[in-house]
Design a binder for this molecule. Structure first.
Ligand SMILES: [Zn+2]
Length: 355
């Protein structure tokens, strides 16, 4: 397959168009295939990645393609199509003469580091099954500061939640789990109380799991659990829970509730919600393994997002698909300030209240 090489933007009367990263022959062959396509929309191997993203301009072109899939749209005046590239790589709108950087309004906005380094970070994080921690990222990118690596991972996590994602449906197990509790802090060792994470997992028949959703909650009363179920599960679904009264209200929101009582079986090893239990175990192992347990409660929601992003794509044949999704969401996710990252504020789901 021909690898993209030095492809330039195509200027046409209709305005600027972005030359796809692959050759036109490949594009024709796959134009009816469902996108994204391996080797066309995303690199399949590190060798391809390296060949595609050898320059800042190549990275910018790729982001432009993801950000404006049907052609440039001016963020200043809303005009579509007509724009040209300046020498500095900005888009100059033919309608309002305003200039736009492809990274303005994205998680990359304001970065002083090359985009190529960001691309390497995205590749590193998505190409490994269990992801990366800040120390690993710092080492592999040769970043001088640990804080930069740590902040980058947090910025990327904010791009791991797909906006307006579909809710879980069918048969869904919901249960709470207690996560964390000990943290290796920057200023020495201290202990936090465990966080309560409520987990929803689609149960497939006869066995197997579908997708998951999870969220930190402040308690296990109905006012904590009902909003989570409503945000995570499509009404009409069957929601399996234990006998806890905190779930009593969900039937009023259009769910069919099925209760399994743990103690009824009389078997101490029996788990009422095996799916949610299994996902909780995987989550804890991931937090302790990849992140060495160094996740504070105020940041936990973002780690839950990353875990969900990975878990829901665990069957993807090509890891490059995760890179593509992450890059795609990175250009539609606004930047977060370093302060916002440190405080952990502004989590989308955590702030979402019950309608
Ligand atoms: Zn404009």
């Amino acid at each position: 397959m021909t690898l993209p090489q030095g492809s330039n933007n195509v200027f046409s009367e209709g305005g600027v168009r972005f030359t796809p990263v692959a050759s036109s022959a490949i594009i024709r062959r796959v134009e009816n295939a469902s996108h994204p396509v391996a080797g066309v929309d995303y690199p399949r191997t590190f060798e391809e990645f390296d060949a595609w993203f050898g320059s800042e301009d190549a990275c910018r072109r790729y982001l432009a393609r993801l950000r404006w899939p049907s052609g440039f749209t001016c963020p200043h005046c809303g005009a579509r199509g007509k724009a040209w590239r300046t020498k500095r790589g900005l888009f100059h709108c033919a309608s309002c003469q305003g200039q736009t950087s492809v990274i303005a309004g994205t998680i990359f906005e304001g970065t002083r580091k090359p985009l190529r380094l960001w691309f390497l970070a995205m590749w590193f994080v998505t190409s490994q099954k269990h992801g990366a921690n800040a120390m690993g990222l710092q080492r592999v990118l040769g970043l001088r500061s640990y804080e930069t690596a740590w902040a980058w991972l947090h910025k990327l996590r904010r791009a791991m939640v797909r906006p307006r994602r579909d809710r879980l449906k069918g048969s869904v197990e919901v249960d709470e789990s207690y996560v964390g509790g000990e943290e290796e802090g920057v200023a020495g060792r201290y202990t936090e109380t465990k966080a309560i994470v409520v987990i929803a997992v689609e149960m497939q028949s006869p066995k197997g799991f579908g997708r998951v959703r999870m969220q930190r909650v402040s308690g296990v009363s109905a006012s904590d659990l009902t909003p989570f179920v409503c945000a995570a599960v499509e009404p009409g679904s069957i929601v399996h829970t234990d006998g806890w009264s905190g779930y009593n209200g969900i039937t009023k929101h259009g769910y069919q509730r099925q209760i399994t009582v743990t103690s009824a079986s009389g078997d101490p090893a029996h788990v009422a919600m095996p799916g949610a239990h299994r996902v909780a175990a995987l989550l804890k192992r991931w937090l302790l393994g990849t992140h060495q347990g160094a996740v504070s409660n105020k940041h936990l929601d973002y780690y839950l997002d990353e875990f969900t992003f990975r878990f829901n794509r665990r069957t993807a044949r090509a890891r490059g698909l995760l890179f593509h999704r992450l890059a795609e969401q990175a250009v539609t996710t606004p930047r977060t300030t370093y302060r916002g990252i440190v405080t952990g504020e502004g989590h989308a789901l955590a702030q979402k209240s019950l309608e």
